[in-house]
Design a protein around this ligand. Structure first.
Ligand SMILES: CC(C)(COP(=O)(O)OP(=O)(O)OC[C@H]1O[C@@H](n2cnc3c(N)ncnc32)[C@H](O)[C@@H]1OP(=O)(O)O)[C@@H](O)C(=O)NCCC(=O)NCCS
Length: 166
C-alpha cells in the first residue's frame, strides 16, 4: 500500500536522500562521476529545494510505502508554452522500481495538470537513459533533441511530450 503527499520544506532532506540513492545507479552507466556529483549538488542542494518548494516554483510529490518515502516526482506549469506542464523529476528507489510507482506518479501529475487546464505534459530525458522506453510506454513521444550545458558538462536530452486528456 502506498500514499502520495505533496512535499513541504520538512521533506527536503528526504528528497535529497532519494536523489542520492537513485542517481548513482541511474547515471553511472552513462555519465562521468564528476558530472553526477556536480549535477546532484546543483539540482538537489537544500537551499535550492527549500526555495523551490516555498515559492511553489516546483511541486514535489512523495510516494511512501508506510512511512518510508520510496519515490518522488517534481513538476510545475511550463513557462515556455501555454497550457503546458513540465515533469522535471521522476525517481524511484532501485529496490522499488517495477512496482508501478513511476506510472502512478505520472498519472497523478497528468491529472493535476489536466485539471489545471493543461493539454500537454513535457519532460527532458537523457538520450541514453533506459527510462526512455518507459516514457514511450506511458504515452510520451519524442518532440526534439536538446543539448544543455550544465556548468562545464553537457546533458544530451530528448524533450518528450504527452497529450493530456481533459
Ligand atoms: C523510470 C522509472 C521512473 C519507472 O518507474 P517504475 O515504477 O520502475 O515503472 P513502473 O513499474 O511504473 O512501470 C510501468 C510499466 O512500464 C514498464 N517499464 C518500466 N521501466 C521500463 C523501461 N526502462 N523500459 C521499458 N518499459 C519499462 C513496466 O514493465 C510496466 O509495464 P506494464 O504496465 O506492462 O507492466 C523508474 O524505474 C526509475 O526511477 N528509474 C531510475 C531513474 C530514472 O531514470 N528516472 C527518469 C529520469 S528522467
Amino acid at each position: 500500500m502506498y500514499t502520495i503527499t505533496t512535499a513541504t520544506i520538512q521533506d527536503v532532506e528526504t528528497i535529497r536522500q532519494l536523489a542520492e540513492a537513485t542517481w548513482w545507479p541511474t547515471y553511472s552507466p552513462i555519465l562521468e562521476e564528476e558530472q553526477i556529483r556536480f549535477m546532484l549538488d546543483l539540482i538537489y542542494n537544500a537551499e535550492g529545494l527549500e526555495r523551490q518548494i516555498t515559492n511553489s516554483e516546483q511541486i514535489f510529490l512523495l510516494l511512501k510505502e508506510g512511512d518510508k518515502a520510496v519515490a518522488f516526482a517534481g513538476y510545475s506549469p511550463y513557462d515556455g508554452e501555454a497550457a503546458t506542464y513540465k515533469l522535471h523529476k521522476l525517481y524511484c528507489l532501485p529496490e522499488t522500481q517495477g512496482k508501478g510507482y513511476g506510472r502512478v506518479l505520472i498519472d497523478t501529475v497528468s491529472r493535476i495538470a489536466a485539471d489545471a487546464g493543461a493539454s500537454k505534459l513535457l519532460l527532458n530525458v537523457n538520450r541514453y537513459n533506459k527510462s526512455l522506453s518507459f516514457y514511450q510506454k506511458m504515452g510520451f513521444g519524442i518532440a526534439r533533441e536538446e543539448d544543455i550545458a550544465i556548468g562545464p558538462y553537457w546533458m544530451n536530452d530528448y524533450i518528450m511530450q504527452k497529450p493530456l486528456i481533459p
